[in-house]
Ligand binder design. Structure first.
Ligand SMILES: C[S@@+](CC[C@H](N)C(=O)[O-])C[C@H]1O[C@@H](n2cnc3c(N)ncnc32)[C@H](O)[C@@H]1O
Length: 228
């Protein structure tokens, strides 16, 4: 059982996870509006490392279809239960004429892009919150995310700014956040034509040295149609 399998059932009990996802969802909507994607009809999305699906579900009114991908079977199981409950709610509301039932088609899937490429139809928007610092084969995963985007699609990554290791403490073997300019350069090297970055949220976390603030950076990377 992975660390995230063990944490899946209690993940949503941490109010900080919802607070962070709400702030990031608002910022993602603003970014999609700014690049003209918010109004695109039939928008297809994919969340990478979706966990229990908190962020994706907050964005379900933006997409016609949303793939919610994670490499932890337990996280995917929790997502499936939440999606089924939500679909039932929509169905009940429809029967009572409470709403028109317009909600994304939700597809939780168990996939690890470090081990396999996504073979489904391309999407317009891919996004990931607090996942990349856990990904060993970072370049491979980012390339696979680039490849699963449609032409004129966009990738949004939200993750830790470079930190001194106190976020996870000892024994963590992932990335200690990312230096914003360097991560942008990596995205450009992979083919994204325009990359914008900004601090989108400040997390507070208890560390061995007391309460600390950890800024999260949002990178918005646009893929453009190749000419010729
Ligand atoms: C810190 S949690 C964040 C979950 C969710 N995005 C959130 O913000 O609540 C990281 C998530 O990424 C997933 N993950 C880690 N490495 C992954 C990989 N290589 N492929 C897919 N998912 C991965 C974990 O299973 C976990 O659900």
């Amino acid at each position: 059982m992975s660390e995230f399998d063990a944490r899946a059932r209690s993940w949503d009990q941490n109010p900080g996870h919802l607070k962070r996802a709400e702030a990031v969802a608002a910022d993602i909507k603003a970014a999609l509006r700014a690049c003209g994607l918010l109004e695109r009809p039939g928008l297809r999305g994919l969340e990478y490392g979706a966990g229990t699906g908190t962020l994706g579900l907050l964005l379900r009114d933006v997409f016609a279809e949303l793939i919610m991908m994670d490499a932890s079977r337990e996280m995917v199981r929790v997502m499936e239960e939440k999606c089924r409950a939500l679909e039932q709610e929509v169905q009940d509301d429809k029967q009572e004429d409470k709403q028109d039932g317009s909600v994304a088609d939700l597809h939780p899937v168990f996939v690890n892009l470090e081990q396999e490429a996504w073979t489904g139809a391309p999407v317009d928007v891919a996004f990931a919150l607090m996942v990349m610092h856990h990904v060993g084969e970072l370049e491979l995963v980012l390339r696979r995310l680039y490849n699963l985007l449609d032409e004129e699609g966009c990738l949004i990554v939200v993750d830790l700014q470079a930190e001194d290791g106190s976020f996870h403490g000892e024994d963590f073997d992932g990335h200690l956040g990312f230096e914003p300019e360097r991560f942008s350069a990596l995205l450009k090297d992979l083919g994204f034509t325009r990359v914008d970055q900004h601090i989108c949220y400040i997390m507070e976390r208890e560390t061995a040295a007391g309460l600390r603030e950890f800024p999260l950076v949002m990178w918005v990377a646009a893929k453009e149609k190749k000419v010729g």
